[in-house]
Design a protein. Structure first.
Lengths: 290, 438
């Protein structure tokens, strides 16, 4: 684990170049280029508003304001996509870069890291859009909650409606980023190595990620899971802890639940330590396994 | 990707390391072959096993390459050359034995791999150089010389996917050569590209050599190895069969190529019946043999040595005036030569052949005029008693043979007996005349 971390630090420059290349490669040849990274989340936001708010009339609670549900979903999806895209790409990264590994003395440990870095940069653009959305719906054109009506009509067990906003809790974002990166890289190290030993891994990961996505409260509130009696599932799902923490910070300007943070931090460190150790132990064999 | 360079120090052996650029001892590499992928996983988890078969790609290799030498490694496909190079560059780790390499290594195991097709030549140069472990300043400093060397001109700003394969290779070599390594390892990369660029690459390698750098060069091309290297390592089935001066090993290599070529070609010649054969059939050519000067049969010859072709025939019916002939073609179909025993200053006639007669016709050369390559023969018997010769037994592609040219003194299709003469006049009126007949 430490050997890998050290080697990666010494490859800073290469890492930077690879990230830049990957970001450019996403939209190379298209006329709007990097702008697409901003356009996609905006388009998504409008699509969610239409589908979930206008058509399905879905609410996180009965009194949520206009922009809340789409923004909650947007944040959830941005985090999830950054995570799942990276995991699925890192699983195959050694196979894809076979010519680098077989023909050059190449520090293969940078591959999962640059993929993670690239998707986090991309995610940041989406998060900026989400922040603009929050500013709009919370300050520029706020929905006023009729607290009187809430107090009289709220059924027992229903959560109180919440006010959107931003606050000093934004300082937690870098920590969330770092932990998300550690978690993703760790899992990526493990799966990339496993995929060399058993190529079926890549296909299994695709299926597994879909199941995991629907098992995570992204398109539905966590409350519904608890009511359905599957609350224990949430206690096993690190991505739930992470996404909830992001939502607290980005949408409500609140401080994330310290328990979630602590649990996710432990999960991230454990994943990274195990993944990196496995990767490092097998690294010498990579050129032979390809 | 084309090149590996990393200054990272591999462990340096205190013994003998100070004089050798590369020193290997008992170097072996075994690959583990699994029948089923799952078995690999079970073995990893130590659940019983082992379940693999071992394949030793390189076995017990001892190499000691001094600083500043140029070493060639030759051998057939699958002899373990490429694996040996990967071991030397540190891409794979040896199963047993040690490799000590002193100095910065650049290797051209594959030109231009790792290029991203959508990016321009410029972006690919920067990325490739950083993969090679260069710093920003180093790249900026060398960028112009890389572009100049590649001769890509304005194409450097175009995406690499628009490049021709030659341009691709030029860019790959230029980047690798810019690393300024102490040890340069090349795997047949130079066999691509046009003659002009090949020449430039060779010049660059010669510069490296003159600067006292070490070059390890892998090739099938005995001629190239011989012209570049003083020391040659011959590999076969993973082992070093022989190492020594280029003359000595090249000779051994050609002998082996000879034996092997004969084996392969006689197998090939046994199954040549699919080529067309036509004629009236009064006379049948029953056998076609190619002979060395000493009369032994062979399918592999050397340029400039005596050789002959013998046709055995048998008559099934009477024929007034049969004429035997031979055509020589290069493997690409180029018609090199055709002749028969009638159309000559001193014609031979074989008049009034009766049914049941048999005999031989032989054509021979004192010196094989063909240069290195694969060739085939067409044999024919025509009846010249009629106004227009008619085919009796015409056999296309009756025999395939190979010519090896150990000397590589001449290039092209034919070895021609040239006479060279040089005259030099000095200022003081002296004249220096030299002549060479062979």
């Amino acid at each position: 684990m430490f050997a890998i971390t050290k080697s990666v630090v010494s490859q800073k420059r290469l890492l930077k170049d690879l990230v830049v290349r990957d970001l450019k490669a996403r939209y190379v040849g298209s006329s709007m280029g990097f702008f697409w990274s901003v356009v996609f989340p905006i388009l998504n936001l409008f699509v969610y508003m239409f589908v979930f708010k206008t058509v399905l009339n879905m609410r996180w609670s009965d009194f949520s304001s206009d922009g809340e549900v789409p923004l909650i979903m947007l944040v959830g999806i941005l985090i999830w996509v950054a995570f799942s895209e990276t995991v699925s790409r890192t699983t195959n990264c050694l196979v894809e870069n076979a010519n680098l590994i077989q023909k050059v003395v190449f520090p293969s440990e940078v591959l999962p890291i640059y993929l993670t870095g690239s998707s986090l940069v991309n995610m940041t653009l989406g998060i900026l859009v989400a922040i603009v959305g929050v500013v709009w719906f919370a300050y520029v054109s706020p929905t006023v909650i009729d607290w009187e009506a809430v107090r009289t009509n709220l059924e027992p067990g229903e959560p109180m409606p919440r006010v959107m906003g931003l606050s000093a809790s934004l300082v937690v974002l870098p920590l969330l980023y770092a932990m998300q990166a550690l978690f993703t890289i760790g899992l990526g190290y493990f799966l990339a190595t496993l995929n060399l030993l058993l190529r079926d891994t890549y296909h299994l990961v695709g299926v597994f990620l879909t199941v995991w996505m629907f098992g995570t409260p992204i398109f539905y509130p966590s409350l519904m899971v608890e009511r359905a009696g599957f609350g224990w599932l949430l206690n096993l799902n690190p991505m739930y802890w992470l996404i909830e923490s992001y939502r607290e910070v980005l949408i409500y300007g609140a401080w994330p639940d310290p328990m979630f943070l602590a649990r996710f931090a432990v999960a991230a460190v454990v994943f990274y330590a195990c993944g990196a150790a496995f990767f490092h132990a097998q690294k010498d064999r990579f050129p032979d396994l390809l | 990707m084309s090149h590996a360079t990393r200054t990272e120090a591999r462990e340096v052996n205190s013994v003998g390391a100070s004089t050798s650029a590369i020193h290997c001892q008992d170097l072996s590499k075994a690959y583990q072959l699994y029948d089923k992928p799952m078995h690999r996983l079970w073995d990893l988890m130590k659940l019983g096993g082992p379940r693999y078969r071992e394949f030793w790609a390189v076995r017990n290799v001892y190499l000691d390459i001094p600083h500043g030498s140029t070493v060639g490694i030759i051998g057939e496909n699958g002899a373990g050359k490429s694996t040996l190079l990967k071991l030397l560059t540190g891409i794979t780790k040896p199963t047993t034995g040690t490799v000590n390499v002193q100095g910065r290594v650049a290797s051209l195991l594959e030109l231009g791999a790792g290029f991203h097709p959508e990016f321009s030549g410029r972006e690919n140069i920067y990325l490739n150089c950083s993969i090679l472990g260069m710093s920003d300043e180093e790249i900026d400093e060398r960028y112009q010389s890389i572009v100049d060397f590649s001769e890509l001109g304005d194409f450097i700003e175009r995406p690499v996917k628009t490049y021709s394969s030659g341009m691709y290779v030029r860019l790959g070599f230029s980047v690798a050569a810019s690393v300024n390594p102490d040890i340069f390892i090349i795997d047949e990369a130079l066999s691509v590209g046009d003659e002009h660029f090949k020449g430039k690459c060779t010049n660059r390698l010669n510069e490296f050599r003159d600067q006292g750098k070490t070059i390890v060069f892998v090739s099938h091309d005995m001629g190239a190895v011989k012209s570049m290297c003083q020391w040659v390592v011959l590999m076969d089935k993973g082992e070093v069969l022989e190492q020594g001066t280029s003359e000595k090993v090249a000779d051994q290599y050609l002998k082996r190529a000879h034996a092997r070529g004969n084996e392969r070609l006689s197998a090939l010649n046994r199954g040549t019946s699919e080529y067309p054969r036509w004629g009236t059939g009064e006379i049948e050519v029953t056998e076609t043999e190619m002979l060395h000067g000493d009369g032994t049969e062979s399918h592999v010859f050397r340029t400039d040595e005596p050789f002959g072709v013998r046709l055995r025939w048998k008559a099934h019916a009477a024929c007034a005036k049969p004429v035997f002939g031979l055509g020589v073609y290069r493997s690409d179909g180029t018609y090199v030569n055709g002749s028969n025993h009638e159309w000559r200053h001193e014609p031979i006639e074989i008049p009034n052949v009766a049914a049941g007669d048999e005999g031989e016709v032989e054509m021979s050369f004192e010196s094989m005029p063909l240069l290195q390559g694969q060739y085939y023969l067409t044999s024919f018997v025509y009846d010249h008693s009629k106004a227009a010769p008619t085919a009796i037994d015409h056999r296309e592609h009756v025999l395939t043979f190979e010519v090896l040219d150990p000397l590589h003194h001449q290039h092209g299709l034919l070895y021609l007996p040239t006479l060279w003469r040089s005259v030099r006049r000095s200022a003081d009126g002296r004249e220096d005349v030299r002549e060479s007949r062979r």
